[in-house]
Structures are given as C-alpha cells and as structure tokens.
Design a protein around this ligand. Structure first.
Ligand code: OOG
Ligand code: MG
Length: 269
C-alpha cells in the first residue's frame, strides 16, 4: 500500500513492537492503555501499517482472509468511542462464530456486541471512485449480523491510530438466518431492534450507517484502494455497528431483530 507510517519515536514503540504487543494482548487476554499515551504520532496511517503487519502474522499462522469490516460508520458508535471518522479492518476465518455458539468468553477480555448489516460480495470491487450504486451492484446478498468486539485497550479508550492498529477491536461475528438480494429491500429503512434480557434497549435503521450501508461499502473500497487492495468476490463485509454496542457478561442474552433479515441471537455463555 501507499500509506506512510509516522517515524518511530526514539527509544519507544514502533510498528513492529506495537503489532506484537497487540497480538500478545489478544492471545493472553490482556488489556492495556492506548499506545498514543506514549506515542502521540501513532496516526491512522501508522495504525493501518500495524494492522497490515498483524494480518500477515495471522495469515502466517494459518488463518484465511475472508473479508473486511468497517468501524465507526454510525454516529451512535462515533459518539460513544470518541473517534469521529470511519475506517477499515480485516476479517479472518478465525473470527467466524458458529450460529448458536455463545460469546467465547474464555478467550475474550470485555466483549460487547452490536447489530450490523452484512454484505456477501458477488463481484470484485476496486476503488477509487466507487459510489454507493456501484458498490451495491457488486453485492450478491445482504444479511443481518452480530459483531462481537473486544478492544485490547482498557475501557475501550483509544484514538483512531490505536483502534486501527487493533484491527478495529475485532473478535468474532455471526450472520443471521436470511440472505436477500440487495434489490429486495431498502437498506436505509431496514431496522434492527436491540433486545437485552427481554428488554428492547436500542434501535436504528440502516440509514444510521453513513446514510446507507452501501455508502460504507463504497468507503471501504475507496479506503482500501489507497492501501493497494480491492474488495474481492466472495468476501464478507461488515458495514459497522448500527447502534452502540452492548456488554454481554455471562448470563446475558441478546437478540438483534431485523425487519426483513431475521433475528440473530447471542448468548453471553
Ligand atoms: C471499535 C470497533 C468499531 C464498529 O462497528 O463500529 C466497530 C470499537 O468500537 O471498539 O466494529
Ligand atoms: Mg463492528
């Protein structure tokens, strides 16, 4: 890619050491302060360089690249996390949660779950210059989904550079029971109700995600083009949390109920 990381601070963290520390935190269920406390120049491009290095490490250890996720595409998420622009991260097969499985608490730090509109790509989509309409023409089917996020940073406190480095708090995701061709529904009006232990605590429509989840897909294609990548046919794209995420401690049951895309249930274990 063409992203140029900030120079490493003398005697401090650099791309390699931050990447290794983030994977160590993930593997050992450790949380830590954001790196930008010590390395304020860890900006978004540097975060992406760290993210890409850890993708290579994941692939070297046998994981398969299966798609991308967007982070912070809705105002609800941006306001909660204090980072006010969207960004992209990688999905591997190790993040797929089988339908019906509980949240994998034993390997997570402080998981939260959020409802997302999910795309299965029918065609390759390459930026720059991708519009919402062009992006949607490359989608094979649309699904409801639940993403489990698990920041490696204490209290989910981070800047854009930290969270990009941390692969956008990725942990796991599950897709719902219904896949529809995109022409079958108006995604800006597709709603999700967030039900926690039998109480509806939040709701949003697809319009919460950049006005239309297809805008988020276009944004991903254009952002990835800057980094030298395309979105490939067969990839899964998580377009970003429609609402704020909810914590799922053991004993919690969460249901995300979509208008046309069915319900996705997640059990805190
Ligand atoms: C960052 C990950 C954001 C989304 O859908 O916005 C994300 C976080 O909230 O920890 O996955
Ligand atoms: Mg998400």
């Amino acid at each position: 890619g063409s992203a140029t990381p900030a120079p490493a601070p003398a005697g401090g963290w650099d791309v390699e050491s931050v990447a290794a520390e983030l994977l160590r935190c993930e593997d050992q269920r450790l949380e830590r302060p954001p790196f930008t406390d010590e390395w304020p120049d860890l900006d978004l491009d540097t975060g992406y360089a760290i993210q890409d290095l850890n993708l290579r490490t994941r692939l070297d250890r046998g994981e398969k690249l299966i798609g991308v996720k967007l982070g912070l595409t809705s105002r609800a998420k941006q306001q909660r996390m204090g980072v006010h622009f969207p960004f992209v991260a990688w999905l591997t097969d190790a993040m797929v949660l089988p339908v019906g499985d509980p949240v994998p608490q034993s390997r997570l730090i402080h998981p939260r779950v959020e409802p997302e509109i999910v795309f299965l790509m029918g065609e390759r989509l390459e930026g720059p210059g991708v519009t919402c309409a062009r992006a949607m023409s490359a989608v094979a089917s649309v699904w409801g989904g639940a993403e489990v996020i698990d920041s490696r940073f204490q209290d989910f406190r981070f800047t854009a550079g930290d969270v990009a480095a941390d692969n956008a708090s990725s942990a796991a995701f599950v897709t719902g029971p219904v896949g529809l061709p995109p022409s079958d529904l108006d995604l800006s009006l597709e709603a999700a109700l967030v039900e926690v232990d039998g109480v509806v605590v939040d709701s949003a429509t697809g319009a919460a995600v950049q006005g239309h989840p297809g805008e988020a897909l276009a944004l991903a294609a254009n952002d990835l083009a800057r980094r030298g990548h395309a979105i490939e046919a067969g990839w899964i794209v998580l377009t970003g949390g429609m609402t704020d995420a909810v914590f799922v401690p053991p004993g919690t049951s969460v249901g995300f109920h979509f208008t046309h895309l069915g319900s996705v249930f997640l059990n805190g274990g």
